[in-house]
Design a binder for this molecule. Structure first.
Ligand code: CUA
Length: 429
């Protein structure tokens, strides 16, 4: 009897341990313990304070409980009288109240400090756009500001607008390493929550309201210098700091909506690429320019041909674009920069879609191990997403367009048509 009871305990505890270990993942793109930047670091520090305080209470209360349990338990043939029952000991009562208040203060002070820190944008010279952004078209006032990104939550995807730079992107956030960035968080429908675990989180996106926070991937040069005790001339420090950003911070991170927002909340992911200043500048300019029509045709010519004799536009890519603009009704909701007639705003902006490493708001991944785009996987993902969006992301609006409701198609797209649209989308690099 005793033996089988022990066996049962062993079995149950190993099952619990196994279940807990199941939460571990060697992929740490989402770990809150491996922080890359001051906000996530402040949040981790705060978390550890509460962990230690809770652990202290747990151990203390647990120890008293166990001692009492063993010391005062009833033994066989016990003839000891009941111990004297205590009641109303002011010393103990006031002591416990005082200790609780003290512990709460120990948690509250760093909590408030961290809340202020997260909202208090550090105005540093290095983060001002004029100090690092190489692109053109900024006013003097804008050069004096830090980069602002407007994060917009939709069911179930993310819009990322860069108002000072005049561009909009979606689902993959591109940010420069080491710069403090102001985030404006808004929602177009229900409440979502922005969470990029290794860099910053979580602040809600609330309809009709603009929330703010700041993020920074990697330490500022001062913080980095203080942590590493690096010494040398200004020039040497700058070089060493640049290689810190390049080697430790330049990377690809996962984000996730952290507030339940409907059917596909769990599939409302996003990705963040932390890049160098130069990469950021050229990315912005590519987004601004957008895309030419197939075969490098000017859009004017392409549309003139398409309006007069569409059969002259031959090949899968041209036909894919025709389907994108007409029968597929894709351009009703999606914009492709450059294309003057694809200016929809209800869905994600698709400029440079084929350079993104995932589709369907981070849910269908086609990033290869080495960081490049796996072209075959990308084709498969585009095809799957267009053919059965409601399986990939239940409840989303694209499916409504494809099956009844908003912008209902007269007839569903055939596999051949989806094939051509996918090929066209793959040219948006
Ligand atoms: Cu958006 Cu959960």
């Amino acid at each position: 009897m005793k033996h089988s009871f022990r066996g049962l305990i062993a079995l149950v505890s190993s099952l619990i341990a196994l279940a807990l270990l199941g939460g571990c993942d060697t992929n740490t793109r989402m770990s809150t313990f491996d922080t890359k930047g001051p906000i996530a670091e402040a949040q981790l520090d705060l978390f550890m304070v509460t962990v230690w305080v809770s652990l202290f209470i747990f151990v203390l209360v647990g120890a008293v409980y166990i001692v009492a349990m063993f010391k005062f338990r009833e033994r066989k043939d016990d003839d000891r009288p009941l111990p004297v029952q205590g009641h109303g000991n002011p010393l103990i009562e006031i002591g416990l109240i005082g200790a609780s208040i003290l512990l709460l203060v120990i948690v509250a002070v760093p909590t408030l400090r961290a809340i202020w820190y997260t909202h208090d944008f550090p105005v540093t010279e290095e983060s001002k756009l004029g100090a690092w952004y190489q692109g053109e078209g900024l006013s003097a006032a804008e050069e004096d500001q830090p980069l602002t990104i407007r994060v917009e939550g939709y069911q179930w995807w993310w819009g990322f607008a860069y108002p000072q730079l005049g561009i909009t992107s979606a689902n993959e956030l591109i940010i420069p390493a080491g710069k403090a960035i102001r985030l404006e968080l808004r929602s177009k429908d229900v409440i979502h929550s922005f969470w990029l675990p290794r860099i910053a989180g979580k602040v809600d996106l609330i309809p009709g309201r603009s929330n703010g926070m700041w993020i920074q991937a990697g330490d500022s040069i001062e913080d980095w210098q203080a942590k590493t005790d690096a010494t040398g001339s200004d020039e040497e420090l700058r070089v060493a700091y640049a290689s810190y950003l390049q080697d430790e911070i330049h990377n690809y991170y996962y984000g996730q909506c952290a507030e339940y927002c409907g059917d596909s909340h769990a599939r409302m992911l996003f990705r963040a690429s932390v890049v160098s200043d130069d990469e950021f500048t050229s990315w912005v300019s590519e987004i601004k320019t957008g895309h030419q029509a197939p075969n490098d045709m000017a859009w004017e010519d392409w549309y003139a041909t398409n309006d007069e004799s569409p059969d002259k536009l031959t090949g899968d890519i041209n036909e894919g674009l025709q389907l994108f603009m007409s029968r597929g009704k894709c351009a009703t909701c999606h914009a492709v920069n450059g294309n003057p007639r694809a200016v929809g705003v209800a869905g994600p902006n698709l400029t440079k879609l084929a350079s993104r490493q995932s589709v369907a708001s981070g849910w269908l991944n086609h990033r290869a191990e080495d960081g490049s785009v796996d072209v075959e996987q990308q084709y498969a993902n585009f095809f799957k997403w267009i053919k059965e969006p409601n399986t990939v992301k239940p409840g989303n609006l694209m499916w409504k367009a494809n099956g009844g409701g908003i912008g209902e198609l007269d007839e569903l797209l055939t596999d051949d048509e989806i094939h051509k649209i996918s090929l066209y989308l793959q040219t948006l690099k």
